[in-house]
Ligand binder design. Structure first.
Ligand code: NAD
Length: 505
């Protein structure tokens, strides 16, 4: 990274163990969402750069030192990566905030937690084992190998770049794969700093981890379609995910998809109200609502609806907007200008649909502690689940409150969307909690908590929220494939179609 004469930082990207510009020499600007001003220049990679990166990753996978390393040694490399993240966590968190505008309190906590993914999968690296299978043929020895799938293309969104990279990279490296990572065009700087401070320092052989920065169509699509990429791990919007899956399908790549959500956060009348109110608020307003698991539909049982909404608004009103670099700030800016316009557009749509705006409902200027890309924490009541504001992902600080009668009603409303990523249930009844956990069609159900994640717990979506799972032991299977080995000690190889030779007559 260098300071350009323009005052902007200039980054190169990392391919085959070297720092390089894009082949075309083109660069794109990255901006600070708090000030709205560009602060760095990033290489604008295209198909030629992707090809260089994939070829390097293929060489490293096929026959390099990485391919010959024992699984135990690979585990050690992952633990070294974890140590280096720990050492650089504060700095990496600041770069994330500068690029995506999320709160420093959240990003610091996230970066301090991130090493656990690399420790966990580092530990799993030499527990990947095949098996000997008792086959139904006499005099045969048959066994199963579990092998790394190959070069993995990883496509990352802008909301939590290093965390969502870790969810893919840690199991992929533990499996013995190599990687080409394409971060979001809005938030590439933290990944490039991660490569400099962590991957380079961990002494990974050249080509094991590569980065192509650039736009979705120009850099993402060549990665998804490259014949030497065997697996695509994508996190982003459902529309993009659908395109990525269909392109990857053309060359039969393995695909995992972590996509959008419209998660129901369901409050029953027997909840602990203070807990549920703060769970509802942090479920939607933390990260300015820019999280795939945002509890954007708040389902409240009708007999406590009015009291609950009153308490919710009282607490939400106190949310402190401001500079995301301050540990005091509770709601920061929206990350990208198109996202800002989209959120305001949805607020207008909800008003037009007849929902009641009981809090916020527009931009938050400097007089409210906000600035250029700030949206007021917004609450709509009287929302019908058929409205667009209840069906479509807004990805902003906009909450839709929907009344329900009983468990049946709550389950029906919760499931009546195309998504199925997260969900919350607030109740003190174990029967209700377990019944709802069974009935909600979503990859995660939180009971009396919200937005908790762990490296040990599988994460992923039902329906249009995704395919496959990240985190937990099983996630390693996304990066492995199975080989059957047959060894025969039977006469004639046990082959029933032995050709007769002249000597047999
Ligand atoms: P996006 O789909 O616009 O972009 C995601 C990534 O895909 C970016 O790197 C982008 O450059 C790339 N891309 C875009 N078009 C592409 C194409 N044609 N081929 C290949 N790559 C392409 O999403 P976003 O706006 O960056 O992120 C927000 C979305 O991500 C939301 O919908 C959110 O719900 C989702 N998300 C999901 C999870 C999850 O784990 N389920 C986590 C975070 C975010």
């Amino acid at each position: 990274m260098q300071d350009a004469p323009t005052g902007l930082k200039t980054f190169q990207t990392y391919i085959d163990g070297k720092w390089v510009d894009s082949v075309s020499g083109k660069r794109l600007l990255t901006s600070d969402p708090y000030t709205g001003k560009p602060w760095a220049e990033i290489p604008e990679c295209e198909a030629a750069d992707v090809n260089n990166a994939v070829e390097a990753a293929y060489r490293a996978f096929d026959n390099g030192p990485w391919a010959r390393m024992t699984q135990t040694a690979r585990g050690r490399v992952l633990r070294k990566i974890a140590d280096l993240i720990e050492k650089n966590a504060n700095y990496l968190a600041e770069i994330e905030v500068r690029d995506n505008g999320k709160l420093i309190s959240e990003m610091s906590a996230q970066l301090k937690y991130l090493p656990e993914w690399y420790y966990y999968y580092g530990g799993l690296a030499d527990k990947i084992q095949g098996s000997v299978v008792p086959v139904d043929k006499p005099d045969h020895f048959t066994y199963i190998l579990r092998e790394p799938i190959g070069v993995c293309g990883m496509i990352i969104p802008w909301n939590s770049p290093l965390l969502l990279t870790g969810w893919k990279l840690a199991p992929a490296l533990a499996a013995g794969c190599t990687a080409v990572i394409k971060p979001s065009e809005y938030t590439s700087a933290s990944l490039l700093e991660f490569m400099r401070l962590v991957i380079e320092e961990a002494d990974l052989p050249p080509g094991v981890v590569n980065v192509v920065t650039g736009y979705g169509q120009a850099a993402g699509e060549p990665l998804v379609t490259h014949p030497k990429v065997s697996k695509v791990a994508f996190t982003g919007g459902s529309l993009t995910g659908s395109r990525v899956a269909s392109l990857a399908g053309q060359t039969f790549k393995k695909v995992s998809l972590e996509l959008g959500g419209k998660s129901p956060n369901i409050v029953f009348d027997d909840c602990i109200m203070e807990d549920a109110v703060s769970g509802a608020i942090s479920g939607i307003f933390a990260a300015t609502g820019q999280t795939c698991i945002a509890g954007s539909r708040l389902l409240v049982q009708e007999n406590i609806h009015d009291e609950f909404v009153e308490k919710l608004i009282d607490m939400a009103k106190t949310a402190k907007l401001g500079n995301p670099m301050s540990f005091e700030t509770q709601v920061g800016p929206v990350t990208t200008p198109p996202q800002y316009e989209k959120i305001l557009g949805y607020i207008d749509i909800a008003k037009g649909e007849g929902a009641n705006c009981v809090l916020g409902g527009g931009p938050a200027g400097a007089d409210m502690g906000g600035g250029k890309y700030f949206v007021q924490p917004t609450v709509f009541t009287g929302v019908d689940n058929k409205m667009r504001i209840a069906q479509e992902e807004v990805f902003g600080p906009v909450l839709s409150v929907i009344k329900f009668k009983d468990e049946d009603d709550a389950a029906a409303i919760a499931n009546d969307v195309m998504y199925g990523l997260g969900s919350g249930v607030w109740t003190q009844s174990i029967k209700r909690a377990t019944t709802m956990a069974q009935r909600i069609r979503a990859g995660t159900v939180w009971v009396n908590t919200y937005r908790a994640v762990s490296f040990t717990m599988p994460f992923g979506g039902y329906k249009s929220s995704g395919l496959g799972r990240e985190n937990g032991q099983d996630a390693i299977n996304e990066y492995l494939q199975t080989k059957s080995v047959w060894i025969s000690n039977a006469p004639g190889g046990g082959n029933p179609f032995v050709m007769k030779t002249a000597a047999d007559d």
